[in-house]
Design a protein. Structure first.
Length: 169
């Protein structure tokens, strides 16, 4: 029975959690659990993206993080972008890099944004090194409803600290 495999690998425990195994959840609460954080399922993320309002010109939650009207765990900041930890991490390390310039989605970026887009990638690399992700990490940019974008302010997810699988989703 899966509930007795307390010493299984972190990856198999994550898969059990994502499958919604209630025996696993009971064991995890009662015994040592190698998971440092709980991860949301893909279904939860899909629901958020499907219900996200299309870009309407109103400030997003990321706009509010940029102007510091709501708190975030900011781990990097410069004149072009900001990086902060994801509130719903999908791995041990999961942070977002967002431009200060409001670009709703990658499809709205123009040739004039080339330097900024490159800067976001270089900052992603720099912060990944700062977060000790020397064994590798994944960069993700969701674009539009079918791309599972839930906040219409361009952002790069940097996800690491565990072995990634393929295909990603």
């Amino acid at each position: 029975m899966a509930a007795h495999r307390v010493f299984a690998s972190a990856g198999s425990l994550r898969r059990m959690f994502c499958a919604g195994s209630s025996p696993f959840l009971r064991v995890c609460k009662q015994a040592y659990c190698p998971l440092e954080r709980c991860y949301s399922t893909g279904d939860q993320e899909l629901k958020k993206a499907q219900s996200a309002p299309a870009f309407d010109g109103k400030p997003t939650i990321f706009s509010k993080i940029l102007d510091k009207s709501i708190p975030a765990d900011i781990i990097y900041e410069d004149d072009k972008c900001l990086a902060f930890r994801d509130v719903n991490p999908q791995a041990k390390v999961h942070f977002l890099v967002i431009p200060r310039k409001h670009i709703p989605m990658l499809d709205h970026a123009g040739p004039e944004d080339t330097e900024l887009l490159g800067h976001l990638l270089l900052v992603s690399k720099k912060v990944a090194a700062q977060e000790k992700l020397q064994d590798g990490y994944r960069l993700v940019i969701n674009n539009g409803k079918d791309g599972c974008q839930s906040v219409y302010h361009l952002h790069v997810h940097v996800i690491g600290g565990r072995q990634m699988g393929w295909p990603p989703g």
